[in-house]
Design a protein around this ligand. Structure first.
Ligand SMILES: Cc1cc2nc3c(=O)[nH]c(=O)nc-3n(C[C@H](O)[C@H](O)[C@H](O)COP(=O)(O)OP(=O)(O)OC[C@H]3O[C@@H](n4cnc5c(N)ncnc54)[C@H](O)[C@@H]3O)c2cc1C
Length: 432
């Protein structure tokens, strides 16, 4: 039976390992740290715990499909719940909008910002319906080969329009531009380097909503990690892959901190630049850098906020409420990007959310801390123009027997895209 080695135990690696094991392969999963999940895990301090990275997911169908195809349906293990408010945006001029999912509720919400803005917003979102269909069929749900693309997909991927240009053309009102750009800006991209089609996240959010897991997203990681044993996956934590062993252009093993492991198939679910044999093929890509993150444990109640609040300005702050706290206490997580020359809580206080006197626990992670902790950026590849999409690897790579899954193999980080990339790898490798 072919030996499959999956490198990286984040969501992408877990999903790929489980799918391939279910297809009958003998699978070994390598994870450099002591725990699985990558940022899909908790950060804790005292009696407080926070989602380290993801606190919600788009496209819950991806999680449902993964659970169903690798064992019991998700409903038997976790409760996936839709959020009423996708996020709230507060702008520098003092106005704000709470964005629900669904076309009609969004139309009403944006009309609250100004007469006619609702229609502009829903027209913008609707303009992505065809793009999304092309991407879904040709790129996300079927293994793709950069040199054999369906014509409609090639036209989309090669289109020169940037998101910056599209949004300037579409919206006179800067606030709508900020809302539309947010998912990309939050992942560290410069809109001048992002193709217009990548704005289709707005369509996905409106159409399919935003979902979380009751009790914290980390439960998703734990449920998948528990499933590894059931599926017979050999899991080696504390084992760092250092390179691939390639003979006659075909992979035959993985070098690790604990010696060489033989392999007929290797799934790279980490930044491929970390494995020298693959690094040469992704020389022209760069990682997207995570935000500054502060996890806060507060005595008393946190201010009344939706699941996610975006405070526009410089710095831009994203406040998330999810987390576990002892009774009489609460949690907040704050992400910051931009000019952060002062403490992030002081920047937050300037938005009239002053929790400084309530903080009893605090964990700070700089972008560098996160890259070190998770062995690379969980936000995948930085957009450097439309060609970026063809410069990253996945699902196949130029080395026979080596496949790529995870945030570095998708057109955008985030659990659904990572989950889909693992499904593509499983489809390419096929049954044992
Ligand atoms: C602050 C933050 C907030 C986020 N919020 C959301 C959100 O709300 N919703 C959402 O959908 N997404 C969110 N994301 C993105 C999400 O975390 C990523 O899409 C996802 O974690 C990527 O999964 P992955 O498996 O590709 O990589 P990772 O999750 O980064 O996993 C990589 C794993 O490989 C291991 N590893 C690295 N190098 C090696 C090696 N050489 N050998 C062995 N193991 C190795 C690492 O330790 C890690 O466990 C967020 C990310 C961040 C940083």
């Amino acid at each position: 039976m072919p030996q499959v080695v999956v490198v990286g135990g984040g969501f992408g690696g877990l999903a790929a390992a489980l799918r391939l094991a279910k297809l009958g392969h003998e699978v070994t999963l390598l994870e450099r740290s002591a725990t699985l999940g990558g940022p899909l895990a908790e950060v804790s301090a005292g009696e407080f715990a926070w989602d380290a990275g993801p606190s919600y997911t788009l496209l819950p169908a991806v999680v449902r499909d993964l659970f169903r195809k690798t064992g019991r349906p998700v409903e038997r293990e976790l409760e996936l719940v839709p959020l009423d408010v996708v996020r709230e945006h507060r702008f520098e001029d003092g106005s704000s909008v709470r964005v629900p999912s669904g076309r009609a509720p969004q139309l009403a919400a944006f009309d609250g910002l100004g007469a006619g803005l609702g229609q502009r917003w829903v027209d913008h979102v609707a303009s992505y319906a065809d793009d999304w269909d092309v991407l879904r069929r040709g790129y996300l749900e079927n293994p793709w080969r950069p040199d054999h693309l369906p014509r409609d997909l090639a036209a989309l991927l090669d289109s020169r329009e940037t998101l910056h240009k599209r949004l300037r053309k579409t919206f006179k009102d800067e606030r709508l531009r900020l809302v539309a750009a947010h998912p990309l800006v939050a992942e560290g991209h410069d809109l001048r380097n992002v193709p217009a089609w990548a704005g289709s996240t707005a369509y996905v959010e409106q159409r399919f909503g935003v979902w979380t897991v009751e009790g914290g997203m980390a439960r998703l990681g734990t449920a998948l990690a528990d499933r590894l044993a059931t599926r017979g996956v050999t899991t080696l934590t504390g084992t760092e892959a250092t390179d691939l062993v390639v003979r006659d252009d075909r992979v035959v093993g993985v070098s690790t901190s604990g010696g060489v492991i033989d392999a007929d198939v290797v799934v790279c679910a980490i930044d491929p630049r970390r494995l020298p044999a693959l690094a040469a093929y992704v020389l022209r890509t760069m990682p997207a850098i995570p935000p500054v993150v502060a996890y806060l444990g507060l005595e008393g109640d946190a201010p009344e906020l939706p699941h996610e609040l975006v405070l526009h300005g410089d710095p831009t702050l994203v406040v998330r409420t999810a987390g576990r706290a002892p009774s009489g206490a609460s949690t907040l997580t704050v992400h910051g990007r931009g000019r952060l020359s002062e403490d992030i809580l002081r920047a937050l206080a300037r938005h009239r959310i002053d929790v400084r006197a309530q903080v009893v626990e605090r964990v700070d992670l700089s972008p560098r801390d996160q890259v070190e902790r998770w062995g690379g950026s969980p936000l995948g590849v930085l957009w450097q123009g439309r060609a970026t999409v063809r410069r990253r690897l996945g699902p196949r790579t130029p080395i026979a027997g080596v496949y790529a899954a995870g945030a570095h193999a998708t057109p955008g980080a985030g659990l659904p895209f990572v989950g889909l990339s693992a499904a593509l790898v499983a489809a390419e490798v096929g049954p044992a």
